[in-house]
Write a protein that binds this ligand. Sequence first.
Ligand SMILES: Nc1ncnc2c1ncn2[C@@H]1O[C@H](COP(=O)(O)OP(=O)(O)OP(=O)(O)O)[C@@H](O)[C@H]1O
Ligand SMILES: [Mg+2]
Length: 238
Amino acid sequence: MAEEKLLGVKELAVFYGASQILFGVDLAVEEGRTLALLGRNGAGKSTTLKALAGVVKPSSGSVALRGQEIAGWASDRIARGGMGYVPEDRQVFKNHSVEDNLKLAVKKGVRGQEDWNLDRVYEAFPLLLPLSQRKAGLLSGGEQQMLTIARTLMGNPEILLLDEPSEGLAPIIVQAIAGLIKDLKKSGVTILLAEQNMRFCLKVADDAAVIDKGRIVFQGSIAELREREDVTKRYLAI
Ligand SMILES: Nc1ncnc2c1ncn2[C@@H]1O[C@H](COP(=O)(O)OP(=O)(O)OP(=O)(O)O)[C@@H](O)[C@H]1O
Ligand SMILES: [Mg+2]
């Protein structure tokens, strides 16, 4: 099957108050692929994801999810429309068990798909199974990261937006998250991953976009990015 564009972003602009943060961001994510949005501290990665999820309102530009224009929609409507957003702060319901956190998020996908359920989540996230009855607030940072990703998948999204899933985690946990992202991709999940960690992205992503000061300065395959020392040296900390 030919890959088609699942998420298309054109000329996206965002302001916080009077200061402009995004200056016309363009991105395309193909179905079934993982795109890494790379950039330094403060480059605009989180703001881009927030704008896609409707958590901040873009002042102009277009966001098309499977061809449907969603820019300007409220965040809950965008979530119901298939955008599975995992913010950087890894919020879980701390006083609920892991399993309750998962059950609370159950939802059919926008096309009626029910690919994800408790069994499949425990299969994809085997570390969560022995923790199923534990209060989510007692999990480690890495376990909470896995839980927030798993919980988002329970809503059967069209695309998963992950904001720096490796941040602040021990190297061994980062490896586990990388393996998980690769497995999700193998099972057909489309992913947009915001990251500062280029090595992490080289391992898990197919495509890359590099953002700097609110502008996209490179877009291409990961293989192309590897060849572009001018881009990686100038815009990425490596
Ligand atoms: N609520 C806000 N109000 C004003 N400015 C903000 C706000 N949030 C972020 N910014 C600014 O917007 C710019 C982009 O921030 P953003 O969080 O999108 O960057 P980032 O690429 O995700 O960085 P990091 O790697 O640190 O997560 C930064 O200059 C930041 O200071
Ligand atoms: Mg960020």
